[in-house]
Design a protein around this ligand. Structure first.
Ligand SMILES: Cc1ncc(COP(=O)(O)O)c(C=O)c1O
Length: 463
């Protein structure tokens, strides 16, 4: 190669990333670029764009894990190319998944935790689909056996997360969702029983509702369903959506009966990536017994001479999150989880105390017993302020905090609330900073009366 070409190449190699060809114009956005770029330049381009996202640690809207140990990152990196579905090829990963299922079954007092039916999922939404499908199929089989029509199934829930709306819409099921009433943001046994009939495939009780973080009264609902069976012969299964609560109640309120201790509870889901402390992409579902998961929904895979039952919506999915879940179980043990969840609860209490002290807010939940660690509040009816919670959410965003404000679903649409989740890594020190920024925001509104937007306008969270 002529010398002048080598020199030219060398100068390209040592070129500054931002002086290179890729950065001399805006990147292709909507069609594949005709040619590629060196990895470092392409990386920097994507990395820089991601700077414009919010900071996940300051996103207090999410229930999901935003802090993990370096060992979790290492295990995730080591498992990057492992596919959870390839149980033949990765028998140890399959074994780890099953160990997690048994550990959770034991934690949730399964009567047969050693032979329990359950699996990992990509999150609670997929777990909810699987739990719902099992209830639907079981109900259909029962109706067919009795020679009855099975075209009009219904599901009864309190104010549920959108995954249950999706389940009902995708599988043509009537959702009988109990509306809110002023001051009541969860279901009650009476409201559940009113809606039951022979077409009810099941009832869902949520342990930690998405809107207000409160636990629904699972035991009371179970007792009411037992009584209904005694009186009318209707045997309606109860599924617990423990997306958050499934990893909280066993550690913080071990005496609370919400799980398989109640014979009416036939299945439970939880998000490993929420208070299960694992990275994004893992959920769990466990059935009480084999008869609660109809045989025909299970896909059997032979592995290492055994029989691995799988039941999932997706085929391929990453294994790292499940491996990280097992790591967390070994790393923290029962006592470690208890300590972490307790410190989240204390963080929530600290922030709730601050809000009370302002005299401006009414607390709906404050992360105490029977609630997910977090705080949920609304403005006091006669608070003398010149801002809405949407304004406050917008203003806090300028400090980097993501604290959503939203209106409640029917019949409380007029009530606007704001909520934070206190997760692993949201320390009291960070919460003190949030309190300080909130204080400054409130002062800013007081000092600039014209700055306030019209109610409901302009919030990033409003929709
Ligand atoms: C009660 C409840 N159920 C289900 C879900 C959906 O869970 P995932 O995000 O793990 O799919 C959520 C999410 O916030 C939830 O709070």
């Amino acid at each position: 190669m002529p010398l002048h070409k080598i020199i030219h190449q060398c100068s390209e190699i040592t070129d500054d990333t931002y002086a290179c060809a890729l950065f001399s114009q805006a990147a292709e956005k909507y069609k594949l670029p005709p040619a590629g770029s060196p990895p470092r330049e392409a990386y920097e381009m994507v990395h820089d764009e991601l700077m414009l996202d919010g900071n996940a640690r300051m996103n207090l809207a999410t229930f999901c894990t935003t802090w993990e140990e370096p060992e979790v990152r290492r295990l995730m990196g080591e498992s990057l190319s492992k596919n959870m579905i390839d149980k033949d090829e990765y028998p140890q990963t399959a074994e780890i998944e099953m160990r997690c299922v048994h550990m959770l079954a034991d934690l949730w007092h399964s009567p047969e935790s050693a032979v329990t039916m359950g699996c990992s999922t990509t999150g609670s939404s997929e777990a909810a689909m699987l739990g719902g499908l099992a209830m639907l199929r079981r109900w259909k089989n029962k109706m067919k056996q009795q020679g009855k029509n099975c075209c009009r199934p219904n599901l009864i829930t309190g104010p549920v997360q959108i995954c249950w709306h999706k389940f009902c819409r995708y599988w043509d099921i009537e959702l009988r969702e109990i509306p809110f009433a002023p001051g009541r943001y969860i279901s009650t046994p009476e409201e559940v029983i009113k809606r039951c009939d022979e077409n009810t495939i099941g009832v869902v009780a949520t342990l930690g509702t998405t809107f207000t973080l409160q636990y629904e009264p699972v035991r009371h609902i179970a007792c009411a369903l037992d009584k209904l069976e005694e009186q009318q012969g209707l045997d309606i299964p109860l599924h617990v959506d423990g997306a958050s609560g499934g990893f909280l109640a066993p550690f913080l309120e071990p005496e609370l009966e919400w799980d398989f201790r109640l014979p009416r509870v036939r299945s439970i889901n939880a998000s490993g990536h929420k208070f299960g402390l694992s990275p994004l992409g893992v959920g769990w579902i466990i059935w009480r017994s084999a008869e609660d998961l109809p045989e025909e929904l299970i896909f059997n895979v032979n592995y290492l001479g055994g029989n691995m039952p799988t039941f999932a919506l997706n085929f391929s999915r990453p294994a790292g999150q499940i491996i990280a879940q097992y790591y967390n179980f070994l790393r923290y043990g029962f006592e470690g989880y208890r300590k972490i969840q307790q410190s989240c609860r204390e963080g929530a209490r600290f922030f709730a105390d601050y809000l009370r002290h302002t005299g401006l807010f009414e607390l709906i939940s404050s992360g105490g017993p029977g609630e997910v660690p977090g705080v949920c509040w609304k403005l006091r009816p006669h608070a003398k302020v010149n801002f809405t919670l949407y304004d406050l959410a917008d203003k806090l965003r300028t400090y980097g905090w993501l604290v959503p404000a939203y209106s409640l679903p029917p019949d409380c649409e007029q009530t606007v609330i704001q909520r934070i989740l206190v997760r692993h890594g949201v320390s009291v020190d960070l919460l003190e900073r949030l309190a300080r920024d909130m204080e400054q925001s409130i002062r800013f509104f007081a000092d600039h009366p014209g700055s306030r937007r019209a109610e409901g306008e302009g919030s990033a969270f409003h929709h």
